[in-house]
Design a protein around this ligand. Sequence first.
Ligand code: SF4
Length: 439
Amino acid sequence: MLNQSSPTVAITRYDGASGAVAKAIELIDGLKRINKNDNVLIKPNVLWGAGGSKHIPRYGFITTSRVVEEIVITLREMGCRKISIGEGCTANRELGSDTLKGFAWSGLARVAKQYDVKLIDFNANPYVDAKVDGHSVEIARAALEADFIVDVPVLKTHSMTRVSLGMKNLKGCLSMRSKKKFHKVNLNEMIAFLNTVIRPGLTVIDGIYAMEGGPTHMGRAHRMNLIVAGTDPLSADMVGASILGIEPKTVGYMRRFAEISERSIEMDSIEVAGEKIEEVCKRLDWRLDYHSVFQAAGIEGITMQFPGEGFCTNCVTCADALIGCYCKDNPGTSLEGVELCFGPEVKAKKDSKKVILIGDCALRANKGDVGAVRVGGCPPKVASAYASVVMNTLPPNRAKMVLSVRLAKGILNKLGVYNERFPREFSYDLPEFDPRHFE
Ligand code: SF4
């Protein structure tokens, strides 16, 4: 018997056929406040949408189409007719990322077509000016006008905020400009206050896969086979964090939201139905250690300090693409004292021999470093940043050769005649990683 005064969160095991999503929703009576005439918005986490990105692993990086499909079926069975799926991907023209490609890549375009659900690209639709903790921001009108939001994040850790679950997933409802602003002002604080403006009626955490060292595919995905559902966003996130072995009170935005809403951040304030946290929990590292990425490729003598909270998603994708290509193109290279700097918080180390500053924020933070290589831009162009790193770390002839091959691969990738794979991707050839979850 559950205590009616405490928020209840359900955990169920996903086995591909058991209706784990519907069961989790049923355990918490998660749709009791919905009206069948409501405008229902499903907000998945599809933060990336590069065309030709079939080779980028989606496990633990983006929401599976399978979980969204089960939610749509459950809503349809309740008689809900007006259902939309809305997202605003990290838009990046250079890398070809946009939301419509993300919908296709995640399998959500297929779900939308099959069940006659509307797809909304927040980036291509109106934003409304709103105040979040006194700061002016732009929030997707579709999110503000929805009668009922079903928030469907991935079970993932996050290198800046420790976890990225339902509460943080709402940042995807902001314009690109406002997303950057969140990082500049105070990411944890702004996420906490955003959750006072957008209030999902149901959070369903997609834990078929979980990401370690998230939020992007540079981390390592794990098969978890879990679904977490709650009608209270804070409680659902507290359970999600606990499953990842992270104490909710160490997550800045959860702690802050609990403070401003005068709530407890202690786990004993929540009832858990279904599976027990201690039986499904897997402790994952939340921070991506860039040094270990270079080490795995056998590259010595290059470092990157952790960029901090101000390192926003477009710079994250630049760093991921740059480092991924460098490791693929130059395994076993021995360098000396090279330091890459991203974001507004990192000061280059005094003993670094070659400092490469990437992005306007890094340039501003290291104004006085006259000997540094400088690659501006907000976001910085991946091609220019990569060329600078290669030209400044390798002998000239080798650098020219590496850049020519990389250019050729890039063109062939874009033409769709070559799908490059990176070393970490081969670990996803195991049967536990099932691409049909994104079909
Ligand atoms: S330079 Fe990078 S970290 Fe700074 S605001 Fe631009 S994209 Fe974000």
